[in-house]
Design a protein around this ligand. Structure first.
Ligand SMILES: Nc1ncnc2c1ncn2[C@@H]1O[C@H](COP(=O)(O)OP(=O)(O)OP(=O)(O)O)[C@@H](O)[C@H]1O
Length: 323
């Protein structure tokens, strides 16, 4: 496999996977709670990977283990084919969910300090802190204590903190939560830029429309393991075809007896039918049934959105499903 880097040089990704971030069979318990149960996925160089799942599904635990903040009970995290160690972990830019900044330290001082802590020279640290604060709209705030900033601006500082040491990999825990639309745009732009420069970028989010728009691939987590994964377009293509029908006079359950209709629910200003057989015969039979009830204002074939695929994947019927 070959991957394109930002400088237009093609980097070969051998089996060992240069700069590839691999989470391989990671398990973790907290007492009786199984937080991770064989979590496995790979984020390739130049890929934006969306990590989604319900509250408590195991996203933060996975990221903490990748960063060495927590130890796994089993499994391994590798970067570029090698088990992560203290040195390679310093090459990961991490944005923790709990936002670990020093509240009383000034923004500029803090960013320089964090960059130096990760091995940058004083001059490099100053240059990077100035550049990222400028880029993230924080130049006026360099001298202010972090605790005096709004939450959204603290979050921008947290992103700057993940970036100042020019990391090879970005691991961001809910970077978009609580951001205003302008800040979402800046965050989006920066993540795309790092991806285009060849970095593996993984972030967790509950904002599924944003994940659908932004990510090259998505992993859906349920109870500590991956239950679905792939490019959103492929996940959608693999899902059952749906038909949205707006037939205002149709009685409840009007399509239930049509062969090829698996499920029906009210949504989108009409009835959404999930088809087990999306042939022209089924579509024709559905349209005929709708017409028999009166006027048909809309009849549209569609694939489910990521949000719908997600709901399906994390619902109880998939309990225990393997990735
Ligand atoms: N330090 C801890 N001690 C005990 N249990 C924990 C600890 N950290 C996480 N857990 C448990 O592990 C499970 C996974 O939690 P985790 O924070 O990884 O989920 P998450 O997917 O990040 O959730 P959210 O979307 O709410 O941030 C949960 O059941 C949680 O209660």
């Amino acid at each position: 496999m070959r991957f394109r880097s930002g400088s237009d040089i093609l980097i070969t990704c051998p089996r060992t996977g240069e700069k590839m971030l691999e989470i391989d069979g990671v398990s973790k318990r907290f007492g009786a709670t199984v937080a991770l149960d064989g979590m496995s996925f790979t984020v390739r160089p130049g890929e934006l990977y969306g990590f989604v799942g319900a509250n408590g599904a195991g996203k933060t635990t996975t990221m903490r283990i990748a960063l060495g903040v927590l130890a796994a009970d089993a499994g391994e995290v590798r970067l570029g084919g090698r088990a992560l160690d203290a040195a390679s972990r310093r090459r990961i830019g991490y944005m923790p969910e709990e936002r670990g900044l020093y509240p009383k330290m000034a923004v500029g001082t803090q960013l320089r300090y964090l960059a130096e802590l990760r091995g940058r020279s004083a001059a490099d640290a100053r240059e990077a802190a100035d550049r990222w604060t400028e880029r993230l709209g924080l130049a006026e705030r360099r001298g202010e204590e972090v605790q005096r900033l709004s939450l959204g601006n603290q979050q921008r500082v947290q992103l700057a903190a993940a970036l100042v040491a020019e990391p090879d990999v970005l691991v961001l825990d809910e970077p978009f939560s609580g951001l205003d639309p302008m800040a979402v745009d800046v965050m989006t732009e920066v993540l795309r830029e790092r991806r285009d420069a060849g970095a593996p970028v993984v972030f967790s989010s509950h904002q599924l429309e944003l994940v659908e728009r932004l990510c090259d691939r998505v992993g859906i987590v349920r109870a500590g393991r991956l239950v679905a994964e792939g490019p959103v377009a492929e996940l959608r293509a693999a899902s059952a075809v749906e038909v949205v029908v707006d037939a205002p006079h149709a009685p409840p359950g009007w399509a239930d007896a049509v062969p090829g209709v698996a499920r029906s629910r009210d949504a989108d200003g009409g009835t959404v039918l999930t088809l087990s057989d999306a042939s022209e015969v089924t579509l024709g039979a559905v349209l005929d049934a709708a017409r028999r009830s009166g006027p048909v204002h809309e009849f549209r074939r569609r694939r489910p959105s990521l949000a719908e695929i997600y709901r399906d994947a994390v619902s109880d019927q998939h309990a225990g499903a393997a990735a």
